[in-house]
Design a protein around this ligand. Structure first.
Ligand code: NDP
Length: 318
């Protein structure tokens, strides 16, 4: 196994990771960033991004991530492809293994590994992804103004997104697979009060219909097994996200869903010198702009940690 020592190691290449890189590089910390399995992160699977400030005409998600990367490179970030296969945060410097063959010793680690939307797993859902199928109502709802859409899920995300969509579109069908929702009472109430949301209880998605773009859904009653079709132009999947944090289990404090716990108002985890940013620690907002903001916090926290550690080591050497 080859060994290397770096000051700041950033894991992940979404808005959080690249923003951390921009700040860390400009602070002279020569960050090394590993891109992970989906370089550019979740924005590379969206189309237009119209809610990121600074782009009055909007920008395509993949292009935005190319721009983030260029900006991080411009200040000297060492961007590498590779997957982190193991970590050891039990001592210091922190040890991170890449592709089972390189061990990096890092003075500070910034985790920006993001989260992945859960999908139903239908072939039609994947084929029409970005062509009417979306996992983010806040990102894509606007494109369905005045149209009919469906959203699947019965949790807080689905309830919140259904309510959000109801203000933009003509009609929202909300497919809930049981006869009750998991969402909090207040969120459910908002759904039930919206005149243009129709909750379809005991309903699951059998197929997303359409060749080039979504034209409808075939839904199945989970009690009777009966199938029927509805016409919609948009189909939103809101059945939860999974943070990409499995590799850190055992070292970092997490909630039951795997989101890394940070000290409120900071990016600090329970391990000094390990910082968590973006969707890996945020199950509520999950926006590019909030991820970028938390990436900035990660870099500033890492910079401060390294400066304090240097003083500590100098004092210990005297
Ligand atoms: P949840 O795991 O809470 O809910 C997922 C929902 O999707 C459930 O209703 C579940 O049904 C349904 N579901 C799962 N798999 C399928 C499937 N294959 N087909 C159909 N339906 C399916 O995820 P959320 O993203 O909603 O919320 C995650 C966390 O974030 C929660 O703790 C939530 O409270 C929190 N949150 C809070 C918000 C707020 O406070 N403003 C906003 C958004 C999220 P079933 O119930 O039958 O399992």
């Amino acid at each position: 196994m080859t060994k290397e020592r770096v000051k700041v190691l950033i894991i992940g290449s979404g808005p959080a990771g690249f923003t951390a890189a921009i700040y860390a590089a400009r602070a002279g910390m020569k960050p090394v960033l590993y891109q992970g399995g989906q370089p550019g992160g979740q924005l590379t699977i969206t189309t237009d991004v119209e809610n990121y400030p600074g782009y009055p005409e909007g920008i395509m998600g993949p292009q935005m991530m190319v721009d983030f990367q260029k900006q991080a490179e411009r200040f000297g970030t060492d961007i590498r492809s590779g997957m982190i296969t193991a970590v050891d945060f039990s001592g210091w410097p922190h040890s991170v293994t890449v592709d089972n063959k390189t061990e990096i010793e890092a003075e500070a680690v910034i985790i920006s590994t993001g989260a992945s939307a859960k999908w139903l797993g239908l072939e039609s859902e994947q084929r029409l992804n970005g062509r009417g199928v979306s996992a983010c109502a806040v990102c894509d709802g606007f494109f369905f103004r005045g149209q009919d859409v469906a959203i699947v899920g019965g949790g807080d995300t689905a309830a919140e997104e259904a309510t959000y969509l109801s203000k933009l579109v003509n009609k929202v069908y909300m497919l809930v697979r049981r006869d009750e929702m998991r969402a909090s009472k207040i969120m459910q109430q908002r759904v039930l009060n919206a005149p243009n949301i129709e909750v379809l209880w005991n309903s699951e998605t059998d197929e997303v219909l359409g060749e080039e773009e979504v034209t409808g859904l075939r839904i199945k009653d989970t009690v009777t097994g009966e199938k029927r079709e509805i016409e919609v132009q948009g189909f939103f999947v809101a059945i939860g996200h999974k943070p990409n944090t499995d590799i850190f289990k055992g070292f970092l404090d997490m909630d039951s869903a795997g989101y890394i716990k940070t000290i409120p108002g900071t990016s600090k985890t329970n391990i000094p010198g390990v910082f968590a940013t973006g969707d890996a620690q945020d199950k509520i907002y999950r926006q590019a702009v909030t991820a970028a903001g938390s990436g900035c916090m990660g870099a500033l926290d890492a910079e401060k940690f390294i400066a304090e550690k240097e003083v500590e080591l100098q004092e210990a050497a005297l």
